[in-house]
Design a protein around this ligand. Structure first.
Ligand SMILES: NC(=O)c1ccc[n+]([C@@H]2O[C@H](COP(=O)([O-])OP(=O)(O)OC[C@H]3O[C@@H](n4cnc5c(N)ncnc54)[C@H](O)[C@@H]3O)[C@@H](O)[C@H]2O)c1
Length: 409
């Protein structure tokens, strides 16, 4: 077992910046320290400082050709600086653009000249273990193209954005065929709008309040929000965020009663994100019960600790010869995992995964125990593979099914 976790990033934006800074910031943490946003300083034998950046890919001329330590402070990146990162000796290579730059991003980002780098060769030559995908929302073709490179190079993948791979049968099978693990899709922040909304939806369910209407309006001033002004790029993001909340209910909701999604771009907020969440329900005696709250966070650091844990879980998967979607860690770390369960259940499963007590398929029980799979936790056995894209009624149907899957927890 290699003592290091060699990590490559695709997209050197704000999230990559927070990740790189976080690894530097907590480099000397003691194993017993409480680090906000991390499950463990030492996760399954890997300390935070065991994460080494091996390669980076972008297409922005302000970043390509620069050292990763420098590139995280360039271009449109505007997240908070909480650590000083020096030269890392990792150049940012020219990636493949495909549909990475939408209408709004192409107004502020100029593509670097030159050909696409040989991604497979770079990943192999740098001994990369895990590749983190941080492409902009809506980069469907680009994400799938990079996934092919990752498979060919023999790396594991953490898919932080909402192009669905880990939750899709097709891609799960591709990763299984290559004997590689994947955690995805769409990173769930430490305390972000999604988890707060999920927990409140779950609370309504557990305390017998019927949720009748709900919304989550998000806005911020980073390029993620600028890009999401292009509504056509948002389909999967909206599905991802909506399903994540509806999966916690035990009754379906009509499409018109739920509105969850990114809503606007306010430049002066920079990397801060504000979320307004409202839940309207009916309690005992059919009387109304409403919750209205506002969350203010720095968007990118809010997910970086989760990614530090996710890449280390992926490396454990590689060490143990696991393949396909790692279902427990995906359920805990991601908004759109292959199988949704309640967050405390997902956390227990992830701890069980780290300790080596369950394998990749701990929720579906699909693989043979001890090979790609592992023992199925009996109380957690129900499996609904929510795998297809969809809108409206399809989304409601899936959410209902996923709520049933979650009920076991
Ligand atoms: N808390 C969070 O911030 C959070 C939570 C969940 C999901 N996400 C998702 O993570 C992703 C990254 O977020 P971010 O804030 O870092 O975005 P960002 O806009 O700051 O960074 C995206 C980077 O990708 C680069 N890029 C665009 N097309 C490319 C291509 N084809 N190849 C290589 N690089 C390319 C851009 O130049 C930019 O540097 C987004 O999809 C976002 O929705 C973020």
């Amino acid at each position: 077992m290699s003592q290091k976790v060699r990590v490559a990033v695709i997209g050197v934006g704000n999230c990559a910046s927070s990740l790189v800074q976080g690894v530097e910031y907590y480099r000397h943490a003691e194993p017993g320290d409480f680090v906000p946003g991390l499950m463990h300083v030492d996760l399954g034998g890997y300390h935070i400082s065991d994460i080494e950046f091996s390669a980076a890919f972008d297409i922005d001329k302000e970043k390509v050709g620069r050292d990763l330590g420098e590139a995280i402070g360039r271009g449109q990146n505007n997240t908070v600086t909480f650590a000083t990162v020096g030269q890392l000796g990792v150049p940012v290579h020219r990636g493949m653009t495909h549909d990475g730059l939408g209408k709004y991003l192409s107004e502020v980002i100029e593509k670097a000249p030159g050909p696409t780098a040989d991604i497979v060769r770079i990943l192999k030559d740098t001994g990369t273990d895990v590749v983190v995908n941080y492409l902009p929302v809506g980069s469907e073709m680009a994400t799938k193209w990079y996934a092919e490179q990752i498979l060919e190079a023999g790396c594991a993948m953490v898919n932080c954005m909402p192009v669905f791979l880990a939750r899709e049968d097709y891609w799960q099978e591709r990763f299984r065929q290559h004997n590689l693990p994947i955690i995805g899709d769409d990173i769930k922040s430490q305390v972000g709008a999604t988890i707060i909304h999920r927990v409140l939806a779950r609370l309504f369910r557990e305390r017998g309040v019927k949720l009748e209407h709900t919304y989550q309006l998000n806005f911020g001033g980073n390029t993620d929000f600028l890009n999401m002004l292009e509504r056509e790029r948002l389909v999967s993001k909206k599905i991802s965020k909506t399903n994540s909340v509806l999966s916690q209910l035990d009754h379906p909701m009509a499409k018109e009663d739920v509105h969850i999604g990114p809503s606007d771009y306010v430049p002066w907020l920079r990397d801060r994100k504000w979320a307004h969440i409202r839940l309207e329900g009916r309690s005992f005696g059919d009387v109304p019960l409403n919750v209205d709250l506002k969350l203010e966070v720095h968007d990118s650091p809010n997910s970086a600790g989760i990614v530090i844990d996710a890449v280390r879980c992926c490396k454990l998967g590689l060490d143990r010869g696991l393949s396909g979607a790692l279902e427990g860690p995906s359920a805990y770390f991601m908004k759109s995992p292959p199988i949704q369960v309640a967050d405390p259940v997902a956390r227990d499963l992830t701890e069980a995964f780290i300790a080596g007590r369950v394998g990749a398929d701990c929720l579906s029980g699909r693989g043979p125990a001890g090979a790609t799979g592992g023992p199925v936790a009996p109380a957690l056995a129900p499996a609904t593979n929510g795998a297809s894209d969809g809108h409206g009624a399809e989304l409601d149907r899936r959410a209902g099914a996923e709520a049933t899957a979650g009920a076991g927890g």
